[in-house]
Design a binder for this molecule. Sequence first.
Ligand code: NDP
Length: 315
Amino acid sequence: MENNAQEQVNLFIIGSGPAGYTAAIYAARADLSPVLYTGMQAGGQLTQTTEIENFPGFPQGIDGNMLMSQMEEQSRRFGTDIRFGAVTKVDFAHEKGGLHTITIDGEKEIKAQSVIIATGASARWLEIPTEEKYKGYGVSACATCDGFFFRGQVVCVVGAGDSALEEASYLAKLCKKVYLIVRRDQMRASKAMQSRVLSTENIEIIWNSQITEIYGAEAVEGVKVYDKVKNTTTDIPLQGIFVAIGHHPNTELFAGQIDLSPEGYIITKNGTSHTNVEGVFAAGDVQDNRYRQAIAAAGSGCKAAMDAEKYLVEL
Ligand code: NDP
Protein backbone atom coordinates (compact mmCIF):
# COMPACT_ATOMS: atom_id res chain seq x y z
CA MET A 1 0.00 0.00 0.00
CA GLU A 2 1.29 3.46 -0.86
CA ASN A 3 1.84 5.57 2.22
CA ASN A 4 2.18 9.16 1.16
CA ALA A 5 0.68 10.70 4.29
CA GLN A 6 3.20 11.30 7.06
CA GLU A 7 0.99 13.32 9.35
CA GLN A 8 1.86 13.29 13.04
CA VAL A 9 -0.46 14.52 15.77
CA ASN A 10 -0.27 15.04 19.52
CA LEU A 11 -3.59 13.53 20.36
CA PHE A 12 -5.84 11.41 18.20
CA ILE A 13 -9.44 10.91 19.38
CA ILE A 14 -11.40 8.00 17.92
CA GLY A 15 -15.17 8.51 18.15
CA SER A 16 -17.69 11.32 18.26
CA GLY A 17 -20.13 10.52 21.06
CA PRO A 18 -20.26 12.43 24.37
CA ALA A 19 -16.94 10.87 25.48
CA GLY A 20 -15.06 11.78 22.29
CA TYR A 21 -16.38 15.33 22.09
CA THR A 22 -15.86 16.05 25.79
CA ALA A 23 -12.29 14.77 25.51
CA ALA A 24 -11.88 17.05 22.49
CA ILE A 25 -13.23 20.12 24.31
CA TYR A 26 -10.84 19.61 27.24
CA ALA A 27 -7.87 18.70 25.05
CA ALA A 28 -8.39 21.61 22.66
CA ARG A 29 -8.66 24.07 25.55
CA ALA A 30 -5.40 22.62 26.89
CA ASP A 31 -3.75 23.41 23.53
CA LEU A 32 -3.22 19.77 22.62
CA SER A 33 -4.52 20.35 19.05
CA PRO A 34 -6.61 17.16 19.01
CA VAL A 35 -7.62 15.49 15.78
CA LEU A 36 -10.95 13.68 16.08
CA TYR A 37 -12.24 11.09 13.61
CA THR A 38 -16.01 10.74 13.85
CA GLY A 39 -16.48 7.13 12.73
CA MET A 40 -19.35 6.13 10.46
CA GLN A 41 -22.08 7.19 12.88
CA ALA A 42 -21.09 10.76 13.68
CA GLY A 43 -22.52 11.82 17.03
CA GLY A 44 -22.83 8.24 18.25
CA GLN A 45 -25.76 6.55 19.90
CA LEU A 46 -27.46 9.71 21.13
CA THR A 47 -28.26 10.66 17.56
CA GLN A 48 -30.69 7.74 17.65
CA THR A 49 -32.47 8.89 20.79
CA THR A 50 -35.38 11.23 21.17
CA GLU A 51 -35.61 13.46 24.16
CA ILE A 52 -32.81 13.29 26.74
CA GLU A 53 -34.26 14.30 30.07
CA ASN A 54 -31.39 13.58 32.42
CA PHE A 55 -28.44 15.44 30.95
CA PRO A 56 -27.78 18.21 33.47
CA GLY A 57 -28.21 21.75 32.20
CA PHE A 58 -31.31 21.07 30.11
CA PRO A 59 -34.27 21.27 32.50
CA GLN A 60 -36.78 20.90 29.66
CA GLY A 61 -34.83 18.00 28.07
CA ILE A 62 -32.91 18.14 24.82
CA ASP A 63 -33.08 16.26 21.53
CA GLY A 64 -30.18 13.79 21.11
CA ASN A 65 -29.09 15.16 17.72
CA MET A 66 -29.18 18.70 19.05
CA LEU A 67 -27.06 17.79 22.07
CA MET A 68 -24.46 16.12 19.88
CA SER A 69 -24.30 18.93 17.36
CA GLN A 70 -23.77 21.38 20.22
CA MET A 71 -20.94 19.24 21.62
CA GLU A 72 -19.41 19.14 18.15
CA GLU A 73 -19.68 22.91 17.81
CA GLN A 74 -18.15 23.43 21.24
CA SER A 75 -15.18 21.19 20.51
CA ARG A 76 -14.65 22.88 17.12
CA ARG A 77 -14.78 26.30 18.75
CA PHE A 78 -11.63 25.55 20.75
CA GLY A 79 -9.78 24.24 17.73
CA THR A 80 -10.48 20.50 17.48
CA ASP A 81 -9.78 19.23 13.98
CA ILE A 82 -12.91 17.14 13.33
CA ARG A 83 -12.75 14.80 10.36
CA PHE A 84 -15.28 12.37 8.89
CA GLY A 85 -13.79 8.93 8.44
CA ALA A 86 -13.37 5.58 10.09
CA VAL A 87 -10.30 4.14 11.72
CA THR A 88 -9.72 0.76 10.13
CA LYS A 89 -6.51 -0.34 11.86
CA VAL A 90 -4.37 0.57 14.82
CA ASP A 91 -0.83 -0.39 15.63
CA PHE A 92 -0.01 0.77 19.13
CA ALA A 93 3.56 1.33 20.27
CA HIS A 94 4.31 -0.60 23.41
CA GLU A 95 6.91 1.63 25.00
CA LYS A 96 6.40 5.02 26.61
CA GLY A 97 6.90 7.81 24.10
CA GLY A 98 6.49 5.49 21.10
CA LEU A 99 4.32 6.68 18.23
CA HIS A 100 1.01 4.94 17.63
CA THR A 101 0.02 4.30 14.02
CA ILE A 102 -3.60 4.72 13.00
CA THR A 103 -4.99 3.88 9.58
CA ILE A 104 -8.00 5.77 8.25
CA ASP A 105 -10.39 4.17 5.74
CA GLY A 106 -7.75 1.58 4.86
CA GLU A 107 -5.48 4.21 3.29
CA LYS A 108 -4.15 7.16 5.19
CA GLU A 109 -1.77 6.58 8.09
CA ILE A 110 -1.41 9.00 10.97
CA LYS A 111 1.17 8.81 13.74
CA ALA A 112 -0.03 9.89 17.17
CA GLN A 113 1.78 10.52 20.43
CA SER A 114 -1.38 9.76 22.35
CA VAL A 115 -4.77 8.26 21.54
CA ILE A 116 -8.17 8.43 23.22
CA ILE A 117 -10.47 5.58 22.27
CA ALA A 118 -14.13 6.61 22.50
CA THR A 119 -15.72 4.25 20.00
CA GLY A 120 -18.77 3.48 22.14
CA ALA A 121 -21.04 0.51 21.74
CA SER A 122 -23.50 -0.84 19.14
CA ALA A 123 -26.95 -2.41 19.26
CA ARG A 124 -27.34 -6.14 19.83
CA TRP A 125 -29.70 -8.17 17.66
CA LEU A 126 -31.88 -11.17 18.46
CA GLU A 127 -29.93 -13.40 16.08
CA ILE A 128 -32.85 -15.56 15.13
CA PRO A 129 -32.87 -16.91 11.57
CA THR A 130 -35.38 -14.56 9.93
CA GLU A 131 -34.20 -11.34 11.59
CA GLU A 132 -31.57 -10.40 9.00
CA LYS A 133 -33.99 -10.84 6.11
CA TYR A 134 -36.40 -8.24 7.51
CA LYS A 135 -33.90 -5.60 8.63
CA GLY A 136 -35.15 -2.43 6.97
CA TYR A 137 -38.43 -4.23 6.14
CA GLY A 138 -39.98 -4.04 9.58
CA VAL A 139 -37.06 -4.96 11.85
CA SER A 140 -35.23 -2.01 13.39
CA ALA A 141 -33.02 -1.15 16.37
CA CYS A 142 -34.04 2.50 16.46
CA ALA A 143 -37.56 3.71 17.13
CA THR A 144 -36.53 7.32 16.73
CA CYS A 145 -35.15 6.64 13.27
CA ASP A 146 -37.87 4.32 11.98
CA GLY A 147 -40.94 4.73 14.21
CA PHE A 148 -42.38 7.29 11.83
CA PHE A 149 -42.92 4.57 9.20
CA PHE A 150 -45.22 2.65 11.53
CA ARG A 151 -47.72 5.38 12.36
CA GLY A 152 -51.12 3.90 13.15
CA GLN A 153 -49.78 0.34 12.94
CA VAL A 154 -49.07 -2.46 15.40
CA VAL A 155 -45.48 -3.01 16.52
CA CYS A 156 -43.49 -4.75 19.23
CA VAL A 157 -40.42 -3.83 21.20
CA VAL A 158 -38.13 -6.56 22.51
CA GLY A 159 -36.24 -5.97 25.75
CA ALA A 160 -36.87 -4.76 29.28
CA GLY A 161 -34.14 -2.23 29.94
CA ASP A 162 -34.45 1.56 29.86
CA SER A 163 -33.87 1.61 26.11
CA ALA A 164 -36.71 -0.81 25.40
CA LEU A 165 -39.13 1.06 27.63
CA GLU A 166 -38.11 4.39 26.18
CA GLU A 167 -38.71 3.02 22.68
CA ALA A 168 -42.07 1.55 23.70
CA SER A 169 -43.19 4.92 25.16
CA TYR A 170 -42.08 6.74 22.05
CA LEU A 171 -43.81 4.27 19.71
CA ALA A 172 -47.02 4.30 21.79
CA LYS A 173 -47.49 7.92 20.71
CA LEU A 174 -47.27 7.00 17.04
CA CYS A 175 -48.66 3.50 16.79
CA LYS A 176 -52.03 1.91 17.36
CA LYS A 177 -50.61 -0.74 19.68
CA VAL A 178 -47.20 -1.66 21.09
CA TYR A 179 -46.38 -5.08 22.50
CA LEU A 180 -43.41 -5.15 24.86
CA ILE A 181 -41.86 -8.61 24.77
CA VAL A 182 -39.98 -9.35 28.00
CA ARG A 183 -38.03 -12.56 28.37
CA ARG A 184 -38.31 -12.82 32.16
CA ASP A 185 -41.05 -12.04 34.73
CA GLN A 186 -39.46 -8.72 35.61
CA MET A 187 -37.88 -5.73 33.95
CA ARG A 188 -34.43 -4.26 34.34
CA ALA A 189 -35.49 -0.68 33.56
CA SER A 190 -35.76 2.08 36.17
CA LYS A 191 -38.95 2.18 38.25
CA ALA A 192 -39.89 5.54 36.72
CA MET A 193 -39.77 4.10 33.19
CA GLN A 194 -41.66 0.99 34.27
CA SER A 195 -44.53 2.96 35.75
CA ARG A 196 -44.72 5.14 32.66
CA VAL A 197 -45.02 2.06 30.44
CA LEU A 198 -47.40 0.21 32.76
CA SER A 199 -49.77 3.18 32.73
CA THR A 200 -49.75 3.59 28.94
CA GLU A 201 -52.98 2.16 27.61
CA ASN A 202 -51.80 0.97 24.22
CA ILE A 203 -48.72 -0.85 25.52
CA GLU A 204 -49.26 -4.53 26.35
CA ILE A 205 -46.53 -6.43 28.12
CA ILE A 206 -45.92 -10.03 27.16
CA TRP A 207 -43.94 -11.62 30.00
CA ASN A 208 -41.59 -14.63 29.96
CA SER A 209 -41.54 -14.66 26.20
CA GLN A 210 -39.26 -14.58 23.20
CA ILE A 211 -39.78 -14.20 19.48
CA THR A 212 -38.98 -17.47 17.75
CA GLU A 213 -39.96 -16.55 14.21
CA ILE A 214 -40.63 -13.50 12.08
CA TYR A 215 -42.80 -13.91 9.00
CA GLY A 216 -44.17 -11.91 6.10
CA ALA A 217 -44.08 -11.86 2.30
CA GLU A 218 -41.95 -8.79 1.51
CA ALA A 219 -42.02 -7.06 4.90
CA VAL A 220 -42.87 -8.13 8.44
CA GLU A 221 -46.46 -9.32 8.86
CA GLY A 222 -46.19 -10.98 12.24
CA VAL A 223 -44.19 -12.88 14.82
CA LYS A 224 -44.43 -16.15 16.68
CA VAL A 225 -43.83 -15.67 20.38
CA TYR A 226 -42.94 -18.50 22.74
CA ASP A 227 -44.06 -18.25 26.38
CA LYS A 228 -41.64 -20.38 28.36
CA VAL A 229 -43.83 -20.53 31.49
CA LYS A 230 -47.03 -21.57 29.72
CA ASN A 231 -45.05 -23.51 27.09
CA THR A 232 -47.22 -22.07 24.35
CA THR A 233 -46.51 -20.27 21.09
CA THR A 234 -48.73 -17.37 20.04
CA ASP A 235 -49.00 -15.76 16.65
CA ILE A 236 -49.10 -11.95 16.79
CA PRO A 237 -49.83 -10.05 13.56
CA LEU A 238 -47.81 -6.80 13.50
CA GLN A 239 -45.78 -4.68 11.11
CA GLY A 240 -42.76 -3.51 13.10
CA ILE A 241 -40.22 -5.12 15.44
CA PHE A 242 -37.93 -2.88 17.47
CA VAL A 243 -35.04 -4.70 19.06
CA ALA A 244 -33.72 -2.97 22.20
CA ILE A 245 -31.74 -5.63 24.03
CA GLY A 246 -28.55 -3.79 24.84
CA HIS A 247 -25.25 -3.15 23.17
CA HIS A 248 -21.79 -4.56 22.63
CA PRO A 249 -18.61 -2.47 22.82
CA ASN A 250 -17.00 -1.40 19.55
CA THR A 251 -13.58 -2.88 20.20
CA GLU A 252 -13.06 -5.35 17.33
CA LEU A 253 -10.39 -2.98 16.01
CA PHE A 254 -8.36 -3.21 19.18
CA ALA A 255 -8.32 -6.97 19.74
CA GLY A 256 -4.74 -8.09 20.28
CA GLN A 257 -3.59 -4.47 20.69
CA ILE A 258 -4.99 -3.65 24.09
CA ASP A 259 -6.36 -5.51 27.11
CA LEU A 260 -10.08 -6.27 26.83
CA SER A 261 -12.44 -7.81 29.39
CA PRO A 262 -14.10 -11.16 28.59
CA GLU A 263 -17.14 -9.16 27.40
CA GLY A 264 -14.93 -7.16 25.04
CA TYR A 265 -14.77 -3.86 26.96
CA ILE A 266 -11.46 -2.00 27.17
CA ILE A 267 -9.96 -2.40 30.63
CA THR A 268 -9.07 0.90 32.28
CA LYS A 269 -7.02 1.16 35.45
CA ASN A 270 -8.31 2.20 38.88
CA GLY A 271 -11.03 4.61 37.80
CA THR A 272 -8.70 6.44 35.37
CA SER A 273 -8.74 6.32 31.58
CA HIS A 274 -5.33 4.59 31.41
CA THR A 275 -5.24 1.33 29.45
CA ASN A 276 -2.40 -1.18 29.56
CA VAL A 277 -0.76 0.67 26.64
CA GLU A 278 1.25 3.81 27.46
CA GLY A 279 -0.29 6.86 25.82
CA VAL A 280 -3.56 5.13 24.91
CA PHE A 281 -6.61 6.09 26.95
CA ALA A 282 -10.23 4.95 26.80
CA ALA A 283 -13.43 6.82 27.60
CA GLY A 284 -17.19 6.27 27.47
CA ASP A 285 -19.21 3.14 26.77
CA VAL A 286 -16.26 1.34 25.16
CA GLN A 287 -14.83 0.87 28.69
CA ASP A 288 -18.02 1.11 30.75
CA ASN A 289 -20.20 -1.92 31.11
CA ARG A 290 -21.95 -0.53 34.14
CA TYR A 291 -23.15 3.08 33.95
CA ARG A 292 -23.45 3.64 30.18
CA GLN A 293 -25.00 7.08 30.49
CA ALA A 294 -24.24 10.07 28.28
CA ILE A 295 -23.22 12.12 31.29
CA ALA A 296 -20.95 9.34 32.56
CA ALA A 297 -19.39 9.04 29.10
CA ALA A 298 -18.85 12.81 28.99
CA GLY A 299 -17.23 12.69 32.44
CA SER A 300 -14.88 9.93 31.38
CA GLY A 301 -13.98 11.89 28.22
CA CYS A 302 -12.89 14.73 30.49
CA LYS A 303 -10.74 12.33 32.52
CA ALA A 304 -9.15 10.92 29.37
CA ALA A 305 -8.19 14.36 28.09
CA MET A 306 -6.64 15.23 31.45
CA ASP A 307 -4.76 11.91 31.58
CA ALA A 308 -3.53 12.43 28.00
CA GLU A 309 -2.41 15.98 28.81
CA LYS A 310 -0.42 14.77 31.82
CA TYR A 311 1.13 12.02 29.73
CA LEU A 312 2.16 14.43 26.98
CA VAL A 313 3.60 16.92 29.44
CA GLU A 314 5.69 14.18 31.07
CA LEU A 315 7.14 12.98 27.76
P1 NDP B 1 -29.78 -3.24 29.26
O1 NDP B 1 -28.57 -4.09 29.19
O2 NDP B 1 -30.02 -2.40 30.47
O3 NDP B 1 -31.06 -4.11 29.03
C1 NDP B 1 -31.14 -5.07 28.03
C2 NDP B 1 -32.49 -5.74 28.12
O4 NDP B 1 -32.62 -6.61 27.00
C3 NDP B 1 -32.65 -6.56 29.37
O5 NDP B 1 -33.96 -6.43 29.85
C4 NDP B 1 -32.41 -7.98 28.86
O6 NDP B 1 -33.16 -8.94 29.57
C5 NDP B 1 -32.95 -7.91 27.47
N1 NDP B 1 -32.34 -8.89 26.57
C6 NDP B 1 -31.03 -9.11 26.36
N2 NDP B 1 -30.85 -10.07 25.42
C7 NDP B 1 -32.09 -10.45 25.03
C8 NDP B 1 -32.58 -11.39 24.09
N3 NDP B 1 -31.75 -12.11 23.33
N4 NDP B 1 -33.90 -11.52 23.96
C9 NDP B 1 -34.76 -10.77 24.70
N5 NDP B 1 -34.36 -9.86 25.61
C10 NDP B 1 -33.04 -9.70 25.77
O7 NDP B 1 -29.70 -2.32 27.93
P2 NDP B 1 -30.34 -0.92 27.60
O8 NDP B 1 -29.92 -0.64 26.21
O9 NDP B 1 -31.79 -0.91 27.87
O10 NDP B 1 -29.65 0.11 28.58
C11 NDP B 1 -28.23 0.24 28.62
C12 NDP B 1 -27.86 1.27 29.69
O11 NDP B 1 -28.29 2.56 29.26
C13 NDP B 1 -28.54 0.98 31.02
O12 NDP B 1 -27.64 1.32 32.05
C14 NDP B 1 -29.71 1.95 31.01
O13 NDP B 1 -30.12 2.32 32.30
C15 NDP B 1 -29.15 3.13 30.24
N6 NDP B 1 -30.22 3.90 29.56
C16 NDP B 1 -30.70 4.99 30.19
C17 NDP B 1 -31.68 5.76 29.63
C18 NDP B 1 -32.15 6.96 30.37
O14 NDP B 1 -31.75 7.14 31.51
N7 NDP B 1 -32.97 7.81 29.80
C19 NDP B 1 -32.27 5.43 28.33
C20 NDP B 1 -31.73 4.22 27.74
C21 NDP B 1 -30.74 3.50 28.36
P3 NDP B 1 -32.74 -9.45 31.04
O15 NDP B 1 -33.16 -8.35 31.96
O16 NDP B 1 -33.53 -10.68 31.17
O17 NDP B 1 -31.26 -9.66 31.00
